[in-house]
Design a protein around this ligand. Structure first.
Ligand SMILES: Cc1cc2nc3c(=O)[nH]c(=O)nc-3n(C[C@H](O)[C@H](O)[C@H](O)COP(=O)(O)OP(=O)(O)OC[C@H]3O[C@@H](n4cnc5c(N)ncnc54)[C@H](O)[C@@H]3O)c2cc1C
Length: 564
């Protein structure tokens, strides 16, 4: 059942076995998984179907350095479905080594292993509409399929791991019907959780406070409460709820909001593959189950350990779009149209010094000289992306030169100094805004450098290709656009030690019996992988845990200590 929170009586107290706050990928996946398990589920969602300016404004906040991190109301959406209304749909699981303790990655080691999530990944794939849970090109396309780079066979560099693409599925529109029909799930839209109120001893949640922007206020009690408000907002809600624990819920050890990670990403260097262009597969392939897939380069787990680096992948990419020396009409067209593209996707097309009048003239010349390819691309984009239900994932260009840059996507080292805190003032509902102070460290850059050097050595050894890049500009190349947006990770990280973690192996806040976190805030480390598939798998695992906890868990006593 789905309804608006304004229909709830002023001052009412709602009850459910499980209350989930936030209907993004994590919250919706949990609600669907819990439906039919004999429990009542209440799903509180701040937003509505589609965007609403006043609701999105509740995400506004500060950043310590806007060059390093976008403002917090960008790269996330406060609406039913959350950021799946804007995500790119790239899916791949974490690797087994991501969960392990690694000497090269400080604070690494999850209290769960890959095997604990393995049985939930296929359902996460299904919910994301990314097809079968198969991420090895040999098993997806068969061992006889053409390799990524013909003749390149390395014991150190893998070329057969793939990423799969969701439609990209908007979880609100896709699962609206199922949620509306579920008699055991009640979804309330426009329901902003404004506070987590603990029992006087701080050991469990007494109730949640909820408000609408129109001024309606009510409370919720539940046996289990899940905060699924996204990687940044989970920390904000915990920190802002400080009536019993002055530092904020779960923050006895000053860990909430720390270890904030994104990904380190950028376009680097020049890979030249010798021979004809058909020796290389750099674009999308369609799997037998109809999913766009793409191959990547990565180091084997053994090589990562030996070289002492974090996890990283690289895709074969085109040259920097802002620089017109690529002479490509399609890229120049994209550059000229960058202001028409949403902030989140246009940001990486920003020109900086390359936005001069002269460069604009050169881009225009590229478009005119390359008009046949540019028109062909436009036709392809309109038919295969704009009008298609399953969208062609990104711009891919025919590459006649066999020269590519590498699009790097690397794990970020967790560090306590990289953090979110509460800023000054309050929003329209009385909550302090977020202040984001994202930091990277020298080790992040060094890890990418060592990995790229290993790629270069293996290409040289094979004689099939060569790779070179400028060490002096590597840091600039990787931080030009700041933190990779949208992958908000680690702010209430999982662990066994409350001095360096906020939740345990079951995503339960260490110090609070009935409070759980769903989403990438609970990740201990960030992996090479985009977060959504794994956060869905982790949420499904949490849903199973809560279903087992079921009605055995007590309903909280009210303020006067009377059990409900
Ligand atoms: C431009 C962009 C591209 C991306 N591309 C990819 C990609 O290709 N692959 C990938 O894996 N990931 C990608 N991501 C990341 C992906 O979108 C997120 O990982 C995912 O959507 C997070 O889901 P979530 O449910 O944890 O959080 P959210 O999507 O943030 O959902 C949280 C929900 O909680 C609600 N909420 C917030 N506060 C409250 C409150 N106080 N009370 C009640 N409700 C509240 C919000 O309205 C929202 O609906 C991308 C993100 C962006 C921005």
């Amino acid at each position: 059942m789905i309804s608006e929170a304004v229909t709830v009586d002023q001052g009412a107290r709602l009850r459910a076995d499980i209350c989930i706050v936030g209907a993004g990928a994590a919250g919706i996946s949990m609600a669907l998984h819990l439906s039919g398990r004999g429990l009542s589920v209440l799903l509180l969602e701040a937003g509505h179907l589609g965007r609403d300016k006043a609701t999105q404004a509740l995400y506004a906040g500060e950043v310590a350095d806007e060059h390093l991190h976008s403002p917090p109301d960008k790269y996330r959406l406060r609406q039913f479905g959350g950021s799946t209304a804007i995500w790119g749909g790239r899916c791949m699981p974490f690797d087994p080594l991501d969960f392990q303790q690694r000497g090269a990655v400080p604070f690494s080691g999850w209290p769960i292993g890959y095997d604990d999530l393995a049985s939930f990944y296929p359902e996460a794939n299904t919910l994301s509409e990314a097809g079968r849970f198969e991420y090895d090109a040999d098993s997806v396309f068969g061992p006889g399929a053409r390799p990524m780079i013909q003749g390149f066979d390395s014991p150190v560099v893998r070329t057969n791991s793939i990423e799969r693409f969701s439609c990209p599925t908007n979880f609100a529109t896709r699962y609206h019907g199922r949620l509306a029909l579920a008699s055991d799930v009640r979804v309330l839209l426009g329901a902003n959780c404004t506070g987590i109120r603990l029992q006087p001893n701080g050991g469990s949640v007494r109730e949640l406070e909820v408000a609408t922007l129109s001024g309606r206020r009510f409370t919720v009690q539940a046996r289990s409460i899940v905060i699924a408000t996204g990687g940044l907002e989970v920390a904000r809600l915990l920190l802002a709820s400080r009536d019993v624990v002055p530092a904020g819920v779960g923050n006895e050890n000053d860990v909430v909001g720390r270890y904030y990670q994104c990904h380190i990403a950028g376009n680097v260097g020049l890979l030249t593959v010798h021979g004809s262009p058909d020796r290389v597969r750099h674009g999308y392939e369609i799997s037998p189950d109809g999913i766009y897939c793409r191959r990547r380069l990565s180091l084997t787990a053994e090589a990562q350990r030996r070289l002492g680096v974090g996890n990283m992948v690289a895709r074969l990419h085109f040259p920097r779009i802002a620089d017109p020396s690529h002479r490509n009409g399609v890229l120049s067209g994209l550059f000229m149209a960058r202001r028409l593209i949403s902030y989140e996707y246009g940001k990486r097309l920003e020109a900086g010094a390359q936005g001069s009048l002269r460069n604009h003239a050169l881009h225009l010349r590229n478009i005119l000289l390359d008009s046949v390819d540019t028109t062909g691309f436009l036709w392809h984009w309109i038919t295969r992306r704009t009008l298609a239900e399953r969208k062609f994932p990104s711009v891919i260009l025919r590459n006649r030169s066999n020269r590519f840059s590498l699009e790097v996507h690397s794990e970020q080292m967790p560090q306590p100094q990289s953090r979110v805190t509460l800023g000054d003032g309050v929003d329209a509902l009385g909550l302090p805004p977020l202040c984001v102070d994202w930091r990277y460290c020298a080790r992040d850059i060094e890890s990418v450098r060592v990995t790229l050097d290993a790629f270069a050595a293996e290409f040289a050894q094979s004689g099939v290709a060569s790779f070179e890049y400028d060490r002096d500009t590597l840091e600039q190349d990787l931080t030009r656009y700041g933190a990779y947006g949208g992958h908000h990770t680690g702010t209430t990280r999982m662990g066994t030690d409350p001095r360096t973690s906020v939740v345990d192996a079951n995503c339960k806040v260490h110090s609070v019996d009935n409070l759980f976190v769903a989403g990438s805030a609970a990740f201990a480390t960030s992996s090479q992988a985009n977060p959504t598939l794994t956060l869905i798998a982790l949420s499904l695992r949490l849903a199973d845990h809560l279903a087992r906890r079921g009605t055995q868990a007590p309903m909280p006593a009210d303020k006067a200590g009377i059990a409900a």
